[in-house]
Design a protein around this ligand. Sequence first.
Ligand code: LLP
Length: 429
Amino acid sequence: MDYFRYQNGQLYCEGVPAERIAAEVGTPAYVYSKATLLHHYRQVAEAFAPIHATICYSIKSNGNINLLKVLAAEGCGFDVTSGGELYRALQAGGEAQKIIYAGMGKTDEEIRHAIEVGIAAFNIESEAEIENIDRIAGQMGKTAVGAIRVNPDVDPKTHIKTTTGKKETKFGVDIERAERVFEQYRSLKNLRIGGIHLHIGSPVYEIQPYIDAVKKATDLIDRLTARGHKIEWLDLGGGFAVNYERPGQAHPVTEHAKALVPMLKDKPYRIALEPGRYISGNSGILLTRVLYRKMGGQKKFVIIDAGMNDLIRPTLYESYHHIWPVSPDAANVPPQRDKAFEPRNGEIVDVVGPVCESGDYLAQNRPLPVTKRGDLLAVFTAGAYGFAMSSNYNNRPRPPEILVDGDNYTIIRRRETFEDLVGPERVVK
Ligand code: LLP
């Protein structure tokens, strides 16, 4: 579900024509819909309200401070994974007591700062990290709070690069070892280990891997409780998938909740969730213009002004993003955005960017309406891990981010300039 709709033959973001934004701010540009962001946050919060789950939006998916502010005002907490993300969360007015700090390689400085500002808990990845957090909290004369991230050895059936909850990924403590770890660190002086954390992968299209992981985690908590450990919360991580390719591809979160809420309803511990993509994914599109067309062998290429530096997901994960003209010819105006729609009199093309790599594409062998130089295209479901993973590769200034709210839009991050590109460099004489 989103608020990007075709009206009068052209794409609107809420009440604003996408053509207008592109004409005024240029392309490429990320455009976000506030109503879509809120809709998905509220959908998650309501689905898990029967178990009073704490929702901690995963900042890594899209950390623009203005989006975080919208979510913080709704009472949303945050999942951060670096000192930079913690900084953003606090800048956005996020409450420290609703911030969970995860991450494989937390530095001493990051740990110290997180304790200082009073985050709710660390999600801890290893024995070595447990000892380090305890040591640092001790030096500070404080008590830190943490959850052990367990690796439940469940296959989330997603891309290998975003699979995390299977044995022999770098994440978490093997679930069989978890009891021993709890025993070993039962009475640390400066770290209270009170939670279990999971994150099986991202995006996860099926419900069963969550059910399997939750079953394993709740069984583990039962065994730990029997041994006298007090487990105060279970954090299920994130990973809920969204519709990248076609409507109905991903389960709405309500379906996940239908399966998971009954499993967790009468538990004496609190539940947390860390969705990122589910909240930000459908909230954003990338607007880009066609620069050229060319043939290469039998292949047709549509060359656009956005590249792999702006949206790396297609080339990094072979991921599919729906692409469609903003102002298509009459036959190609989708009657409803939430129904699959095939191009009429279309063509099969590779949609490629300006970066000097063969891997620089946003779509391959894609049926699309015929486009020409100057046409504006929308790359959908680009709100999560789009701008967040963008770079300056090929010395391309990163695109602006625009937030639409009803009939108005605001530039919430300006387009980078050439000066920004060289700014941190020191030219030595
Ligand atoms: N919690 C933890 C511990 C995570 O590692 C992640 C994502 C999340 C929550 C949020 O997952 P989400 O709800 O957004 O799926 N760059 C990849 C995705 C990497 C996900 C990394 N961790 C992509 O573009 O698909």
